[in-house]
Design a protein around this ligand. Sequence first.
Ligand SMILES: Cc1cc2nc3c(=O)[nH]c(=O)nc-3n(C[C@H](O)[C@H](O)[C@H](O)COP(=O)(O)OP(=O)(O)OC[C@H]3O[C@@H](n4cnc5c(N)ncnc54)[C@H](O)[C@@H]3O)c2cc1C
Length: 422
Amino acid sequence: MVIGAGMAGMAAALFAARRGISTAQAGLTGETLYASGLFDLYGVTHGRSRAPVDDPWQGLDRLRRSHPDHPFCRVSNHQIRLAMDLLTEFLGEAGHPYRGHADKNARLITPVGTIKRTFRVPATMWAGVLALEAREPSLVVDIRGLRGFSAEQIVSTLKPAWPDLRAASIDLPWEARLGPKYAEHIARGLHVETARRELADAIQPHLGQAKSIGLPAVLGIHDTETVRKDLDRLLGVPVFEIPTMPPAISGVRLKEAFDIHMPAQGINAHYHHTVQALHRRPDGRFVLDVGRTQPETSVIADRVLLATGRFLGKGLVAGRQGIREALLDIPVSQPVNRSCWHREAFLDPKGHAINLAGIEVDDRFRPVNANGRPVYDNLYAAGSILAHQDWIRTKSGTGLAVATAYGAIEAMAEDSTGKPKG
Ligand SMILES: Cc1cc2nc3c(=O)[nH]c(=O)nc-3n(C[C@H](O)[C@H](O)[C@H](O)COP(=O)(O)OP(=O)(O)OC[C@H]3O[C@@H](n4cnc5c(N)ncnc54)[C@H](O)[C@@H]3O)c2cc1C
């Protein structure tokens, strides 16, 4: 049983199903709507220096030497590569392909015109990575009335580094009579061929010498490659998406890909349901009560993976008495008292101690108690609930979730050849 339907839970359920493990899963998938769609692995160094990382594999090797407690130390680079490949292959089969360099992070334009390092990008964004590398003459286009995305702002921020970048604003004929535009309406509209032609016609007069065109991430929800390739053809140059502010279409795509295609992997999915309670029977098996607001069904599982996230996911709960793990009250590694949770300044470059809080695991991803012994031999944990990592600062959200999910499922698969012990 996988508890959690964020990136760690999804990856774990996928890896377990692919390994032939009979898998059930519960959790809310709505948080995926906030995902940028970029799959970060390791983009900024852990610790105080905060240096950008171009080669994530070398970066991870250094991290393992300097921070032996970090969860990345429990998985090898080889395993992380396999895990990221499995996830992106699945998404490719679900109509949402990913691209990236083999051995280095890609650089990508953010919605505010800064440059971010990330490991895998939706294929719809890949031409933007190449255009940025080549600094070729390019055009960024925004859509009047679509909030949160300004071509002018992106270009003015990037201009010093990319002099041949220009901005243009267009109206969408089929949306012109509406007031504020919604990215999701536009994205769904672009599945219609006429809408694509009208978009290309609106961009054409601004094209000039541009060798590629950046648009907000609105190129469809499903089968985005068809939309992108058709626009490439109509405009005669590659078109690329620039991520938009969350909640963004990239999150909608991921959520729908998971919601629709995960059950087809043979997973007994209880999405939009949570585990309300669980207990362990004398024979070592877990009984999990699953439901929306109260128990509706029970799942009996030989092994359980906890991928319930931190505070946002509700895997951890912060209170006056400290930080608690929500489901089983597993010990949480945390600062000695509340006054040590945060530094004075919100954006302090040294980060906040609370963001390293989480549960400790052994080498087999089993949560441990105060003595360092596994709480249960058949309970595992993965993702952002793990201690000693600060995925936001190190730009490693998806990488950490997917890598630790892989490690935990590998350990679980090996352990399941024997019987769970009490
Ligand atoms: C706004 C935002 C932007 C992000 N941008 C990026 C990005 O640009 N690049 C990147 O790589 N990563 C990004 N991430 C991070 C990425 O999504 C992480 O991998 C993720 O947040 C951590 O994954 P997780 O599965 O460990 O936890 P979460 O995503 O928090 O998921 C926890 C899951 O556990 C479930 N759960 C909790 N309690 C229970 C229960 N009792 N029963 C059943 N289910 C339960 C929740 O419903 C949820 O499904 C972003 C995340 C956010 C929030």
